[in-house]
Each structure stands twice: as C-alpha cells, then as structure tokens.
Write a protein that binds this ligand. Structure first.
Ligand code: SF4
Length: 227
C-alpha cells in the first residue's frame, strides 16, 4: 500500500470529534478540491504492507481504540484496504473511513463507519458523488458537506432533503471550508464561510444537520500537518 503518514491525534471532525484516534493516511487522490488541505498526499508516501500498517497502528494504540482511514482517497487502494480494515477490527479497533464518495463503497465492511463527503459546487468537484453509494449507507454512517459559499449551502440543503439523509445516517455534517493557506492564529476567520453565518442559515431553515468545525485547526496551528 502507498501510505503518506500514520499518526495519533485527536479526531477533529464528525460526531467522533475530540476522541483520541490513530490516522492512517493513504497516498493518492483522483479529485482536486479547490480548498484541499491534503495536497501533500497526492504523490510520494512510502510503500508499506498491510501487515506493517497493522503493526504500526497497534504500536500507537495497543489493544484497540479508534482508527481513521483517510487520504487522499483511500478507496483508490480498495483491494488492500478492505482486508486491512477487517484485520484492524479483529484487533479490537473501531474503524472510521473518510471518503469522497466518488468511489463505490459497497465492499466496505459493514462495521466500518463511513464518513462520506458529498462535494459541493464551489469545491470544483461537484457532481462527483457516486449516487449508488446512498444504498451502501447504514444508520451508523455520516454524510459531510464542506461549504465555502451560499451556493454550496443551498446545494447541501437540497441534497439533504431530496435524499432524506437525516433518516438514513447517524449525522449530516455541514462544515465550513478552511483556507488552505491558513497559518498561525487558530481562528474562525480562516473559514471560507463564516461559521456564524452558517449557523444563522441552519437555524432559519431548521435543517436536520450538525454544524461541524475542524477541531484540530483550533487546537494546533492550522498549517501543521500530522495532528
Ligand atoms: S477528495 Fe479530499 S484529498 Fe482529494 S482533493 Fe478533495 S479534499 Fe483533497
């Protein structure tokens, strides 16, 4: 497998935010979102066997705990990833899979919590969501919209209502995009969409979604990777 990094930090997003978590970040992505903060994953990384990944996860979090598989787009390495996720669960880990939803998700093991990003228009990758993936969602999964404008918000509201997402998954997450060049101050002013504005829209529309902030970018310098 091609791996960019494996590290332990606090989970920054989703309903698992705040929990200690081992992150396994896979190299490579087939999308190019305008605000992507993970461009360093597009190339490079190290070749590791699934067994090596498993051993490193055990070293960082012996005996179990939360593990997030992320990228890049992890499902580009589906052939090795699916058995690895099964092995990590056998080792006692709870697995989260962060994915763009552009790749088919039907082979993801049932106990893995899928956190599926539906790309909005201003990401530059709108329309890439694989609609059949709605059938692969389970009540433990989460759907995330990263928003940088009112147009993105309107898209997310319409998609949420049209597909009755709140009834399908554990959480629908509306998260302001972060400026990818943000550094230094840990401040909401780095968000491309003001969280206060987003909160006001969500309250006005009574939308069944949860406003999510990237917690790690308010704990550490937003320019730091591997946290
Ligand atoms: S899918 Fe994720 S890793 Fe790929 S370009 Fe978009 S934000 Fe970056």
């Amino acid at each position: 497998m091609q791996i960019t990094e494996i590290y332990k930090s606090l989970q920054g997003e989703s309903t698992y935010a705040g929990l200690p978590c081992v992150f396994v970040r896979l190299t490579g992505c087939n999308l190019r979102c305008a605000w992507c903060d993970s461009e360093y994953t597009f190339t490079g990384g190290s070749r590791m066997s699934p067994e090596d990944v498993r051993m490193e996860v055990s070293r960082l979090s012996p005996g179990g705990g939360l593990v997030e598989i992320t990228g890049g787009e992890p499902m580009l390495q589906e052939r090795e990833l699916v058995p690895l996720m099964q092995d990590l669960m056998s080792d006692g880990h709870k697995l989260l899979l962060e994915t763009s939803g552009e790749r088919p998700l039907r082979r993801v093991p049932a106990d893995v919590v899928k956190i599926v990003d539906v790309k909005c228009p201003d990401s530059g990758e709108g329309g890439t969501f694989h609609v059949e993936n709605l059938q692969a969602l389970t009540p433990q999964d989460e759907i995330k919209f990263v928003l940088s404008s009112r147009a993105d918000y309107d898209f997310a509201v319409e998609f949420t209502r049209k597909h009755d997402l709140a009834a399908r998954v554990n959480a629908v997450l509306f998260s302001p995009a972060f400026r990818k060049e943000a550094a230094g101050a840990r401040a909401a002013s780095h968000c491309l969409l003001d969280p206060q504005q987003l909160a006001e829209w969500m309250l006005a529309d009574n939308i069944p979604a949860r406003l999510g902030l990237q917690l790690h970018k308010f704990i550490w310098d937003p320019a730091i990777k591997g946290v």
